[in-house]
Design a protein around this ligand. Structure first.
Ligand code: ZN
Length: 82
């Protein structure tokens, strides 16, 4: 029997705090895309010209994902991945 996926994970960027990562939020989906591409939050933040802590809050659903940010984020992942 498979163990259920953890709903709380420790975020390396928000050290020492446990956060709930939801796949249902846009930020959570961006995080999954980034992790599948094996890219760090710092790498994406540098490409987008934002701070890693801001991007982290976006991924946690604590900051809104604007249309521009969503597209730029995915573009940055594709460029850095390839
Ligand atoms: Zn975090």
């Amino acid at each position: 029997m498979d163990r259920p996926l953890p709903i709380k994970v420790r975020c390396p960027t928000c050290r020492g705090k446990a956060w709930i990562i939801s796949r249902r939020t846009e930020g959570g989906r961006l995080r999954l895309v980034r992790q599948n591409a094996r890219l760090t939050i710092k790498t994406i933040a540098r490409a987008l010209g934002v701070t890693p802590s801001y991007l982290c809050m976006v991924e946690h659903g604590r900051r809104a994902v604007t249309d521009g940010l969503f597209d730029d984020y995915l573009k940055a992942v594709q460029e850095l991945e390839g």
